[in-house]
Design a protein around this ligand. Structure first.
Ligand SMILES: NC(=O)c1ccc[n+]([C@@H]2O[C@H](COP(=O)([O-])OP(=O)(O)OC[C@H]3O[C@@H](n4cnc5c(N)ncnc54)[C@H](O)[C@@H]3O)[C@@H](O)[C@H]2O)c1
Length: 410
């Protein structure tokens, strides 16, 4: 991984933290970021923000003022009301880390306040709301971006390079598996995961579909079966919900086949009803070889490929920028290895694109297409019909190692 020397990185970080937003044309600008939603995921964003070029954490807010206050104190950032954050001249980009049902109103309010927006996944719950946000941002000359940005990490870039160099030839088919036994053992309030707008497709599907669309291009149509293995889930995670039952109101197991516009058919399985399994996250089968893509929930991992029927060749992305393991979940067993978690990369890449006027990669349009595909899967699971995905997008441009490294101050 290319690294900035410690003293230079320190100087650069200090300059980034202190420099005001410069409005003059052509000047290098550090963009102020205001986070709305100070829950579980906000900590990694607040911790990582200063490590990325061009970003300065300016403010945070939450409908629970005490949550904003507590995160503000911990990370040394001003806690504000939502209205004050949206009115603040220090905030250029609003990062929306609220729960999915609040993504649309919060992102729309931010766009209407003249702010660029980057949100957590899924971009919205309803597909029509995502399209409305993308349209609104375009009309206002603002950018909207959305997680996941993991495909810009070292593992995602390496897999993209192997595909683009034609090493496995034309991708014909593949498999994609996310299977576990749910969220109630780790999230203090997992209610939203089991309600409409949650479920493994809308919650975890974005990582896998964004990774696949980045590699293969847009999804054309889908078929699926859907079910719920358990009528209720008992929360075992520590916190006020521990011991309480949550009624399951959305499918928790979905087996789909996604047909991509480039002709590839991918078996796509997401379930929270499975205790254990042995499938790799993503395998792609091409005319000249096979490719194993690392878990798209993280930024690094080992990429494996073959030349036709030869042995697997393993390449660890840990030596590339955004590939080095740097994080572990407090909920993991000691046997779980650390993983690469460079959240904020997509925001930094969007900030760079705001400066240059270029398209950004973890875009609202990509997230909106992924959401369309996920709703098509849910509809196919309900009706048993083949469902077309109406929206079409181009693959985002590959992120070069040089451009990726330029976003990091460390
Ligand atoms: N927790 C994770 O590990 C994780 C990982 C990846 C992505 N995400 C995504 O991040 C988002 C947030 O997840 P979380 O786990 O942090 O949830 P959370 O429930 O822990 O936190 C959400 C926060 O948003 C606030 N909020 C809700 N509606 C709001 C509104 N209208 N205005 C202002 N604040 C509001 C809540 O008060 C809460 O503090 C979700 O979209 C989720 O899919 C979470």
């Amino acid at each position: 991984m290319s690294r900035t020397p410690a003293s230079k990185a320190q100087a650069s970080r200090t300059a980034t933290a202190r420099s005001p937003v410069v409005k003059s044309a052509g000047a290098k600008k550090t963009l102020g970021v205001g986070i709305i939603g100070c829950g579980n995921i906000s900590s990694i964003y607040m911790r990582n923000m200063a490590k990325f070029a061009g970003l300065r954490l300016a403010a945070c807010a939450d409908m629970r003022a005490e949550a904003a206050q507590s995160q503000g104190e911990q990370y040394g950032v001003a806690a504000m009301s939502i209205d004050d954050l949206l009115a603040s001249k220090d905030v250029d980009i609003v990062v929306n880390l609220t729960t999915p049902n609040a993504h649309f109103p919060v992102s729309m309010a931010a766009l209407k306040a003249g702010k660029h927006v980057f949100g957590e996944k899924p971009i919205t719950v309803e597909a029509k709301h995502a399209a409305t946000l993308v349209k609104e941002a375009t009309a206002r000359g603002l950018k909207i971006g959305c997680a996941p940005d993991t495909f810009l990490g070292a593992g995602g870039r390496l897999a993209r390079q192997i595909i683009d160099e034609g090493r496995i030839g034309k991708v014909l088919s593949g498999t994609c598996f996310l299977m576990s036994h749910g969220m109630e053992h780790w999230h203090p309030d997992p209610t939203f995961f089991f309600k409409p707008g949650g479920g493994p497709i809308l919650d975890m599907g974005p990582y896998y579909l964004a990774a696949l669309v980045n590699l293969l291009g847009p999804v054309k149509s889908v078929q699926a079966c859907a079910s719920s293995g358990f009528r209720q889930r008992i929360v075992t995670a520590k916190g006020p919900m521990q011991g309480k039952a949550i009624k399951v109101e959305t499918p928790t197991s979905v087996q789909a086949i996604a047909q991509f516009a480039n002709g590839a058919s991918i078996v796509f399985v997401m379930s929270w009803d499975v205790w254990k399994h042995g499938h790799p996250p993503i395998e792609l089968y091409g005319t000249d070889g096979s490719l194993r893509v690392p878990d798209p929930n993280f930024f690094g991992g080992v990429v494996e490929y073959t030349e036709k029927g030869g042995d697997w060749v393993s390449v660890d992305s840990a030596d590339r920028i955004y590939g080095k393991p740097n994080w572990r979940s407090p909920n993991w067993a000691p046997s779980m290895p650390d993983r690469a978690n460079y959240r904020c990369l997509g925001i930094a890449e969007m900030a760079r694109a705001i400066q240059s006027g270029a398209p950004h990669r973890a875009s609202g349009a990509l997230a909106s297409h992924v959401l369309d595909a996920m709703h098509a899967i849910l509809q196919a699971g309900e009706t048993g019909e083949t469902v077309k995905v109406k929206s079409k997008i181009e693959r985002p441009a590959a992120l070069s190692e040089t451009d990726a490294a330029a976003l990091w101050v460390g």
